[in-house]
Design a protein around this ligand. Structure first.
Ligand SMILES: [Zn+2]
Ligand SMILES: [Zn+2]
Length: 479
């Protein structure tokens, strides 16, 4: 909890969890920094659900902002067009990354009346003041708790703030609730003139509106100050105390130890990265560091994650293949599996320590690999089900690569030619080819040619075809 600065026991009175995470400002393609927020809170949510909490996850879309206005001006498009384009891009990238969608994604522009109401309330209670021609500002001197999330006094915070153009502000820390608009900019009517909301007010309004009790408020650590500090001032200043019970902030992604950000121009978009790496490799890379720690981006680390992913996926494949052999006896492994599951759970219960949870998952992967020949199908099945469940909590599927199952016809044909002189199969469709080779394998088994039949099974597995030897003969399916 950033607010207490400590690890705290987490619970809620009714088993429900209101989780609000600050979403993107949609003016450009999302980069790896966004991917990290999404993946971190996706895992937080999945873990809480694993622990049987009823989670309501809300993430806002900031679709009105100086950067959007600037981009719209540059491209000669409307702010709405820009926002729509990049909202779409954000959703599509999240989907590719395997992020479970939030319950809802409220947009700032759809909540202007509520923001006006909250601003009015803050003026009325003396927490905010109007600067003619500029807008409405929050008076942080009226909120004694200002700085409590950053654990800094207003004096300390002031030292890091540039004096803005709004010289009439009472303090450099005072921030805009409402900004007067220039004639050609997106704008709404308000009691204080035409303008648009400041950035912070939207999150107070939308989190209060959509999450009954804000149990966890999250975001990247760059949001602690000023964004989240200001959200607290706005919400608690208007009587919503406490605004949020727990605050969680994930660390930056750095490049050569510098924060990855658009303003520094050193960012990698999610799309760029996904051209070279699988989504689950990106996820593995992210979760290999504790969410609060910084991640230094390096291609070698993504390469390493890709290799590790390959191994984790292979364990699932091998276990599935071994299970299909229906071995009835062997060394039990259930107890070991349970111990590993416990390690995983302890790691996740301890402030979502995903590196340790992953270590447990690797351990389970190794156990599976070592038990393929020595354990019964039933025990393996149990181990595999736990393996998939824990992987799922971290957002992994470890699915066989689909590409292998697709368009294998030519390769399969070439392979069949190496094991038979019969050519009647040539030119047949993929399914018929598989039927053919499975029948061929059955005949070999009848003739006692088990080595060859095992080789065929292995080869088909490479193509993404799983064989199951049943009493009614061999069945096959695509992985
Ligand atoms: Zn926010
Ligand atoms: Zn927020």
């Amino acid at each position: 909890n950033t607010l207490s600065g400590e690890k705290q026991e987490f619970d809620t009175p009714d088993g429900k969890v209101g989780l609000y995470v600050c979403g993107p400002t949609v003016y450009d393609l999302p980069h790896l920094g966004h991917a990290r927020v999404e993946i971190v809170f996706d895992v937080v949510r999945r873990w809480l659900e694993y622990r049987k909490f009823d989670v309501k996850y809300v993430q806002n879309i900031t679709d009105v902002d100086d950067k959007i206005i600037k981009k719209a001006g540059e491209e000669g498009k409307s702010e709405q067009e820009i926002a729509e384009r990049y909202t779409k891009a954000f959703f599509s990238d999240c989907k590719k990354l395997g992020v479970k969608p939030s319950a809802l994604y409220p947009k700032a522009t759809e909540h202007v009346p509520e923001m006006l109401a909250l601003i009015g309330k803050l003026i009325e209670s003396g927490h905010a003041y109007v600067i003619e021609g500029a807008g409405v500002y929050y008076d942080i001197s009226k909120f004694p708790d200002y700085g409590k999330l950053s654990h800094q006094s207003p004096e300390q915070l002031k030292a890091g703030v540039r004096i803005g153009v709004e010289k009439q502000k009472r303090s450099p820390l005072d921030f805009a609730l409402w900004k007067a608009a220039k004639p050609d900019e997106i704008q709404w009517d308000s009691p204080w003139g035409k303008g648009r909301p400041g950035w912070h007010i939207e999150c107070s309004v939308m989190s209060l509106k959509y999450v009954e009790r804000l149990d966890i408020h999250g975001g990247g650590r760059d949001l602690i100050f000023p964004h989240h500090e200001n959200e607290i001032a706005q919400s608690e200043g208007a009587g919503h105390v406490p605004f949020a019970r727990f605050w969680m902030h994930n660390g930056f992604i750095t490049v050569n130890k510098e924060k990855m950000s658009k303003s520094l121009g050193n960012f990698q978009t999610i799309r760029q990265v996904l051209k070279q790496y699988e989504p689950e490799a990106v996820r593995l890379f992210m979760l290999s560091t504790h969410y609060r720690g910084p991640i230094d981006f390096a291609p070698e680390q993504l390469d390493q994650a890709s290799n590790s992913l390959e191994g984790l996926r292979r364990s699932r494949e091998l276990a599935e293949d071994a299970i299909s052999k229906n071995k009835t006896e062997g060394t039990p492994i259930k107890k070991q599996v349970k111990e590993i599951v416990k390690k995983f759970e302890e790691a996740m219960d301890d402030d979502f320590t995903t590196p340790n949870a992953l270590a447990a998952l690797y351990e389970l992967s190794t156990l599976l690999n070592n038990s393929l020949e020595s354990t019964s199908a039933k025990e393996l099945k149990y181990a595999l089900s736990k393996y998939k469940k824990l992987a799922g909590v971290l957002g992994f599927k470890f699915k066989r690569k689909k590409a292998k199952a697709k368009k294998i016809g030519k390769k399969l044909e070439a392979y069949i030619k190496t094991i038979t002189s019969d050519t009647s199969f040539v030119g047949k469709g993929e399914d018929e080819l598989i039927d053919y080779v499975v029948k061929l394998r059955d005949e070999m088994r009848k003739q006692g040619k088990f080595e060859l039949s095992d080789q065929i099974r292995a080869k088909l597995s490479e193509f993404g075809i799983i064989l199951e030897d049943t009493a009614e003969g061999t069945k096959w399916r695509r992985a």
